[in-house]
Ligand binder design. Sequence first.
Ligand SMILES: [Zn+2]
Ligand SMILES: [Zn+2]
Length: 936
Amino acid sequence: MSESPLTPAYDPAPVEARWSSFWEQRGFFQVDPVREAAPYCIVIPPPNITGSLHLGHALNNTLQDVLIRWRRMCGDKALWIPGTDHAGIATQNVVERQLKAEKKHRDQLGRTAFIERVWQWRNESGRTIITQLKKLGASCDWSRERFTMDEGLSAAVREVFVRLYNDGLIYRGERLINWCPRCQTALSDIEVEHEETRGKMYRIKYPLADEADAFLTVATTRPETLLGDTAVAVHPDDPRFNRFIGKRVRLPLTSRTIPVVGDPILVDREFGTGAVKITPGHDFNDYEAGKRHQLPMLSLLDRRGLMTEPGLRLAHVLPDHQSTFTGKSALQARELIVPLLQNDGLLITIEDHRHAVGKCYRCKTAVEPRLSPQWFVKTNDPQQSLAAPAIEAVRSGRIRLIPEGWANNYFGWMEQIQDWCISRQIWWGHQIPAWYCKNCVTKSVSGTLSDQDLSFSDNISLEVTPLIQQDAPRSCPACGSQQFVQDPDVLDTWFSSALWPFSTLGWPERTNELAVFYPTSTLVTSFDILFFWVARMIMMGLYVMKEIPFRAVYIHALVRDAEGQKMSKSKGNVIDPLEIMSKYGTDALRFTLASMASPGRDIRLAEERIAGYRNFANKLWNAARFIQMNLDGPRDTAPPPARSLADRWILSRLQQCITETTTALERYRFDEAAQSLYQFMWHEYCDWYLELIKPALADASSPVAAATRQTLVESFEQLLRLLHPFMPFITEELWQAVPHHGQSVMVAPYPVANSALMDNTAEQQISLIQTIVTGVRDSRVTAGIAPGQKLEGTFFSTDQHTAQLVTQETIRKAIIQLARLSHWTVNPENRPTHAILIPLTLPDGQQADLMVQLPQDTTEIADYLAKELVKNQKELEKLAAQMARDEKTLSNAQFLAKAPPAEVEKIKARHQKSQLECRVLQEGLQRLKERSQGVS
Ligand SMILES: [Zn+2]
Ligand SMILES: [Zn+2]
């Protein structure tokens, strides 16, 4: 592309569209695995196909793209593998909602038609997120896009399942699991969210079976579950109750008596009534207690969370009450049981009580612990633990978690790890590769089963041995039948994503990609999926590949609103990244996110921040325009000593910026890298360098101008390369518009600091100039002198060297030019009169005096003061009006009663700030009045 003139203002949209397609067409994102170069690989955390780009994705993918673009420019074969996750329950919910709108249910469609419908939805809508990632500038190798349900990945899933099963690490068992009655599926522990809820505590009498008038009091938040109690526990060392151990109590509303057992784990003597009911079929702690005491386990609820007639019958609920409870949900049953207990004189008290309730993380329905047959991965088998090597990999530092503080969370969780419930009773997902012989199933399960019945895996008895293999078996080894039915359950969606780092590289095939890029380099993820995903990838990588899946895990924060609140649609505080991108440009959003990615748990994002970085992009654009306009004439690469002070200085600062940026990127300090680039571009390159070189450029034919033109272009072109990973679009546009070598900035080399260009002398001298010029500028503000007004400057230093320096031609000229002085005098015999004294601390720590003489000609200054007066007055009036409005609001009792406290606080804070500003303005106004009386 030619170096065509830039438009006066930066318009991001056309620029972004142009370069996106340019990069893709040239194949710059694609990686040849056999090319001679160091491998660098990131696998994307696959977004759900139900997703659309939110700020969390924007942050996550910006950081990955910064790393990939940086490593690519460093010469690595940098591969970023994209893809999406089928998101089992989430996707099934979306399609179920669509069906509901059509007044249909998935059962009417049947499994095959339903799955077809989900595929159809996925093909139409499931790639929205990919299009949006491309818009963000994500430089993934799109030719390698994967999907957790594509053919290759499904084969990997089946293969790993079979291996784990054959190694005895997958089993089917009846366990108490978390059950969502709405999704009608099992959930793993971490899919349950615990929410503090207002409830009640019921104290209930359990009369002793063979002692009249004696009873134990149990306290429970869920009285309806007592129908499933199989024991009461007391503490064996509790003198009040331990004499009851071994006796039996009558269970209210049933014809059963249940034993009293001693259990020091379940019963806390300090807390509650001293006696605890045990309901192993409906509570996790009780389930463990039930196993300790070999108690029977009763299950009262069906898959919809409703009490069943057979369950109630098995629990020996009194016949009258059986019909009362049949078909009732837990909540309904609770309301029904209270009056029944009261009638029998067994309810002692009901008190308000706050406690945590588990909710389904997908649909927020209260989760019921439920006994049901499920598939599990044995995570901590004593013979072949999956967890232990995964702990060791992090402890030994083979896998680095960044920031390191997360390692403790990781160890804490991994050391307590439970077996992973991997079966889900839904249709969308990887169906479990377990087959049952129809003939044998029918024989072992009483009665005959239709295919419809078999869709409820609860009905397949645990005694029936399935055949576990990748594909359907030919004939039953027991009876020879060729009729099989596949286990209807599907795998937890995290099962397939746990294989992501190697399945996306082609496993179980032995591909070049796998040989070159596994283990991958860095994983970039947020902390909320550390256990769902990261821990399981580590376990599966070590199990299947015998090698860690990645060397470093960078864990970033969550994006919250400016007040630190979670963004949510209901709060109305969501910032939509796509809107932001079209309003401020994608680069501004990316730079904002990178600059805020400091270690910590949340990022507080206000739209003003993004607007600020849009200005940064504009500044960069204007600098490029300035350069374009000053390129007429030869450019000459003079050896460093022959270059001007300003040139030597900016090159030295540039080396510093390169070092800082690179070091920061190596340490995953995206924020520090961004700040270093911002500081250099704005405050050094634009504020000082471009100003310093204006006189040299003005004489376009001089040899100095030729060298300066060269430095100007050279340093800017390098700055664009440094900035490219953060702001890919604008840097490409500008890079193409200034002199450069190569096809694209994205494949140009990342700058490397050149220590030969470091120049301490130049840095010290410019620093001295900056101190003096800033001193003069400050004095203008305090004295109310117009920025353009020429002033006389006088400088006093007792240090010979300093005095000599500031009289040197180059430095003198620079001070006069930048401070807008008419005269510059150093150490004269007499101190000037009518001058402001500014004491300076020079960069080397010495003290010096700067004096700025007020101008003789006062007309200009009077004009300026008059204008300032009017401006100040106007501002004051505006402020006063705002204050009056706020005062009125704050004295409105009705408003104060209704408004959210945060809003009231906001107004109060604004009012306080206005008061302060008002005082400052009034003082300034007073000074201006005094000054203008003095001049006119
Ligand atoms: Zn649910
Ligand atoms: Zn059979």
